[in-house]
Design a protein around this ligand. Structure first.
Ligand code: FES
Length: 126
């Protein structure tokens, strides 16, 4: 049912945790299953220099959070914003159709964290 890559990220998730002085935090939830995902980013010179996640959710949600943090690490804000829901699922070599919404959560949480970062930046500049 799951690709080897999904199983691998689920068993050995990368970048788990919290960044206390994060520059951006994004939390999204899925009202259907009740799962919740938070992504924290630390940004330096417009680049994501650190990223961590906390996920209360199913195995696929944990695997996709882990994958999205690896994909976004080191990227510029603009590049990270281009990571789509599909990219995450593709990088994991696909997800069962009933689990596609779990990968949506990961891309959405990343985008929410970036929006939060941009908002804070704009507030600082005014
Ligand atoms: Fe809810 Fe996967 S079942 S995120």
């Amino acid at each position: 049912m799951y690709s080897e890559k999904v199983m691998e990220h689920f068993s050995n998730p990368r970048n788990v945790g919290e960044i206390e002085d994060a520059d951006g935090v994004g939390t999204v939830g899925n009202p259907v299953c009740g799962d919740l995902m938070t992504i924290y980013i630390k940004v330096k010179d417009n680049r994501i220099e650190d990223i961590k996640f906390k996920t209360f959710g199913c195995g696929a949600a944990i695997a996709t959070s882990s994958m999205v943090t690896e994909m976004a690490m080191g990227k510029t804000i603009e590049e990270a914003l281009e990571i789509t829901r599909n990219d995450v699922a593709n990088e994991l070599e696909g997800l069962p159709p009933v689990k596609m919404h779990c990968s949506n959560l990961a891309a959405d949480a990343l985008h929410a964290a970036i929006e939060d970062y941009k908002k804070k930046l704009a507030e600082k500049e005014t």
